[in-house]
Design a protein around this ligand. Structure first.
Ligand code: F6R
Length: 631
């Protein structure tokens, strides 16, 4: 949701750097929220923290700072907001300050007891300018800071005040604070919301994810659940909320460069990331085989013996990640012959799912911070099941709280709409399925190797789609740009691909779109089909061998007879499709279970082209944020 950055530098060298780091970090974090942005700076001699904030995109804040420059500082905090409490506006933007203006805070999450705290503070005479829960925390922190100063004989201790406040808050939060009386430190606390430290030389950083500081350092430190942190230029101290020091917080090196999170000449991040689909599959396969070509998932940390005992898989995920799980269900059930359930993470724990120690729960998440998925995995672990995360973000909460992790190596995904992560998630889930087949002896070794050969060939096939289908896709978007609604239909693995294609068009082109299993057409959705209604069909490959091919073609005939405009994703040269479809996005030949990896690609491009034709910002669609860290 919101993006958070913090910086503590050396008094002699910092000057404009705290502000520079914040603005640069906010620029990289803007995908997390973009309805307002702000910074707060502290330096020795300041009487109050200097705060500047503006509604709208980060650019508004930067323009404002250029017009009215800010003073040099030693520490700074910066925030880009995705509104939860209070509409996007200058006054609701973060940072928020204490009553005396000496303390400023930024916050990600939702403080659930904010209303009560606000009433308590109002009863003591506090006034509030904004509708936010964050301002409540700012006023509260200011009050606690004053109390600590009184107890300490006049000495401020922002770190202690932050811990005391963290113990009082309910809900989800990452909070950073600066106090002009301690202009050498930034303090933070987290509960159910991400926070990571960047370790520099003579400077340290804080961020909601490593993108906040990767341009400056690749050394990162994890801050765990219910921990507080204090960074100065030369020190990093981590404690629990009671003040007990955490001895050796886990550190790691970020495995991607700042350039990976830059547009690099592309028109948009989405365009760049769709074109990284082949590399995302390739990199996710890299290093996962031993010298004999067998799958080796060393990093997974679950004993082979435990893997053998697994008799059911439940995938928990949201949105695009859940569709990747749905694709994997078809493959894993076919290969391993154990049931695979797929459950939207936010529904999971409320339906009292049947979980045993032999159930493997697979949590799929690009960001690794999706609160719904995190809550689902916690529930699964409480019930005694093992959880394996398929995740694209090193050190994020979901992999950290899981028993095992299989990282996708898609590289940072910046555009809000998920694209390359989807193909990487399918690839990782396929590796998991084939590994299970290997350890359980559910398939012959040769069969597994044959499937792996097809999988390894998919980056080339995806590249073919990118190289040859772009102009057809662009003109299809031009022809249908004024359509009021779309239907997306598919069967078997084509069904989740249809759902994903529909989701992409909804979220970035704001077109009303529904995805259905094509077999469902006659049971209701066909009533929607009218003259000229665009209907997108995912036509299965392996014509003649795949019984579903003929059934999907019948579906096409039925809607064609009612005047629909047919857009098909189909195998190169499929004569049935050529006969009926108005437009075809061709795929090269591939086995049915591999087809989702290519079929989604034209749908991603189609949604992007459509959004661009309508003049929308494809990277930052309205109302959405990249990582959904609240329930
Ligand atoms: C769609 C999209 C969302 C995410 C969903 C899960 O383009 O981006 O549907 O897929 O919010 O996010 P992660 O994978 O980060 O858990």
């Amino acid at each position: 949701m919101c993006g958070i950055v913090g910086y503590a530098g050396n008094i002699d060298t910092a000057c404009g750097k705290p502000l520079e780091v914040c603005l640069q970090g906010l620029n990289r974090l803007e995908y997390r929220g973009y309805d307002s942005a702000g910074v707060a700076l502290s330096a020795p001699g300041m009487d109050q923290v200097v705060v500047r904030k503006k509604a709208g995109r980060l650019k508004n804040l930067i323009d404002d700072i250029e017009r009215r420059p800010l003073p040099d500082a030693t520490v700074a905090i910066g925030h880009t907001r995705w509104a939860t409490n209070g509409e996007p506006s200058d006054v609701n933007a973060h940072p928020h300050t204490s009553r005396d203006g000496k303390v400023a805070i930024i916050h990600n999450g939702i403080i659930e007891n904010a209303s009560q705290l606000r009433l308590d503070l109002q009863a003591e005479g506090y006034r509030f300018a904004s509708a936010t829960d964050t301002e409540v925390a700012a006023k509260l922190l200011g009050k606690i800071v004053d109390k600590v100063i009184a107890e300490n004989g006049g000495k401020p201790d922002l770190f202690e005040a932050m811990r005391r406040m963290a113990r009082m808050l309910e809900g989800a939060f990452t909070i950073l604070a600066t106090d002009c009386r301690q202009p050498d430190i930034v303090v933070g606390a987290r509960h159910d919301s991400p926070l990571v430290v960047g370790l520099g030389d003579g400077e340290n950083f804080l961020g909601s994810d490593v993108a906040a500081f990767v341009a400056y350092t690749k050394r990162a430190m994890e801050i765990d659940q219910d921990q507080a942190v204090c960074v100065s230029a030369d020190t990093v101290t981590v404690t629990d909320f009671d003040g007990n020091v955490i001895a050796n917080p886990k550190t790691y090196t970020v495995d991607w460069d700042a350039s990976a999170a830059e547009k690099g000449g592309w028109d948009s991040f989405m365009d760049k990331e769709i074109h990284e689909d082949p590399a995302a599959v390739q990199r996710t396969l890299l290093g996962r085989f031993d010298a004999n070509g067998d799958i080796m998932l060393d990093e997974v940390r679950i004993d082979e013996h435990d893997f053998k005992a697994i008799d059911k898989i439940i995938v928990v995920a949201c949105g695009t990640a859940s569709y990747a799980g749905q694709v994997a269900k078809y493959a894993i059930e076919h290969w391993v012959r154990i049931p695979v359930e797929i459950e939207l993470a936010h529904e999971f724990r409320y339906r009292d799912p049947i979980l045993t120690p032999r159930t493997l729960v697979v949590a799929i998440s690009q960001s690794g911070e999706t609160m719904d998925t995190l809550m689902a995995l916690r529930h699964a672990r409480e019930q005694g099941s093992k959880v394996l995360a398929i995740c694209n973000t090193q050190g994020a909460s979901i992999p950290r709280e899981s028993d095992a992790v299989l990282y996708t190596h898609a590289g940072p995904e910046v555009a809000v709409a998920s694209t390359k992560a989807f193909v990487a998630q399918i690839t990782a889930a396929y590796l998991l399925g084939l590994y299970l087949a290997q350890v359980k002896g559910a398939m012959f070794r040769d069969e597994i190797h044959q499937v792996l050969d097809s999988l390894k060939d998919m980056p080339r096939k995806i590249q073919w789609v990118l190289d040859t289908q772009a102009s057809t896709i662009q003109s299809a978007a031009e022809h249908t740009v004024n359509a009021n609604s779309f239907l997306f239909l598919g069967r078997h693995v084509g069904y989740p691909v249809a759902l994903e294609g529909a989701l992409k068009l909804k979220e970035i082109a704001y077109t009303f779109t529904e995805g259905f299993a094509a077999g469902e057409l006659k049971h209701g959705p066909i009533a929607l089909v009218d003259e000229g209604e665009p209907v997108v069909f995912i036509v299965p490959p392996e014509r003649g061998r795949n019984v579903l091919h003929a059934k999907v073609i019948s579906g096409i005939e039925e809607v064609k007879a009612r005047g629909a405009t047919i857009i098909a994703v189909a195998e190169q040269g499929d004569p049935d499709v050529e006969r009926y479809a108005d437009v075809v996005f061709w795929r090269p030949q591939c086995p049915t279970l591999m087809s989702p990896l290519v079929d989604v690609v034209p749908l991603q491009l189609f949604a992007m082209d459509m959004a661009k034709l309508k003049g929308y910002d494809v990277d930052k669609p309205r109302n959405l944020a990249k990582s959904v860290t609240v329930e």
